[in-house]
Ligand binder design. Structure first.
Ligand code: NDP
Length: 283
């Protein structure tokens, strides 16, 4: 039976380290990292995400500001707010919770955030850094996934890795980060015709699709490391993209849902906020 990679436990360790670093930064700079989160509209899922982020920041000793804006805010007004936050020396991270209402161009908004304050790692220059294998702010979920993989002690070099899903926020960056670690990476998506065959060849399998239990035990190679990014509601329960009970019998390591990638995403966001702080304050 596979060992469980507990994102809950690992994220606690990271958050404790972040807290220590914040204390040290406060002594050195007489200020702490300040994250501003902008939430447009009333979407309950988005509200619960931003509340969790705010709580985590405060617990780590950072400053956190949640700016809630009406659904009717114009693109121009939102862009003006971002410019103001870019110019505010007391602000080190700016995160605009997605999705935004249809009348606002998300790309324009992301591009407007100063790259050194882009804690989400979505700015094109940070995206480019991931693809070029250069230093930049990594998107939080892929960063958390790599931390989980590193925690297993398994060397990725030469391993065959399958990433299911090719979104800009998870699938593609995870694939690039695995490639950077010298894994041989395959990316599958909705038009892939031989998913089971690819999966059965994967030493590392990352599922980032958003379809409950689509990866079943018969698709897992014996001893594979399985990272389940998916968050789906099934019969009023949160489940992943992987059929956990079956898959854990085949995997060497596996992440649960909930308590897996989710908490790591928040821990990575805190780490990114410190990175942004250091980039800005040491200029
Ligand atoms: P997207 O909807 O943006 O992307 C889903 C991807 O899955 C697409 O590339 C799509 O292919 C692919 N796909 C859909 N159906 C299939 C299929 N049958 N076989 C293979 N691939 C398929 O989702 P995200 O990347 O944003 O998120 C993925 C999941 O991860 C969601 O459940 C989301 O809630 C969760 N998530 C969790 C986070 C966390 O912190 N725990 C953070 C971010 C996301 P195509 O491109 O061809 O359409």
């Amino acid at each position: 039976m596979g060992q469980i990679i507990s994102g809950k436990e690992l994220s606690k360790e990271i958050r404790a380290q972040v807290k220590e670093r914040v204390t040290a930064l406060k002594e050195q700079y007489q200020k702490v990292p300040h994250l501003v989160v902008i939430l447009v509209g009333e979407d309950p899922a988005s509200l619960s995400y931003v509340t969790a982020k705010e709580r985590a920041c405060l617990k780590a000793g950072m400053k956190s500001t949640l700016m809630r804006k009406e659904e009717t805010i114009t693109e121009e007004e939102l862009l003006a707010l971002i410019t103001q936050l870019n110019n505010d020396q007391d602000v080190h991270g700016v995160l605009v919770q997605l999705p935004l209402p249809k009348h606002i161009d998300e790309n324009k908004v992301i591009n407007a955030i100063q790259k050194e304050k882009d804690v989400d790692g979505f700015h094109p220059l940070n995206v480019a850094a991931v693809h070029l294998g250069e230093k930049g702010i990594l998107p939080a979920t892929p960063k958390g996934i790599m931390t989980m993989l590193n925690s297993t002690g398994i060397e990725l070099k030469g391993k065959s890795a399958l990433v299911i899903g090719r979104s800009n926020i998870v699938g593609k960056p995870v694939a690039m980060l695995l490639l950077k670690e010298h894994a041989t990476v395959t990316i599958a998506h909705s038009r892939t015709t031989n998913l089971k065959e690819l999966a059965l060849n994967a030493d590392v399998l990352v599922a980032a699709v958003g379809r409950a239990h689509m990866v079943t035990a018969d698709m897992i190679k014996d001893g594979a490391v399985v990272i389940d990014v998916g968050v789906n509601r099934l019969d009023d329960k949160l489940v992943g993209d992987v059929d956990f009970d079956g898959a854990k019998e085949k995997a060497s390591f596996i992440t649960p849902v909930p308590g897996g990638v989710g908490p790591m995403t928040i821990a990575s966001l805190l780490e990114n906020t410190i990175e942004c702080f250091l980039m800005l304050e040491s200029k």
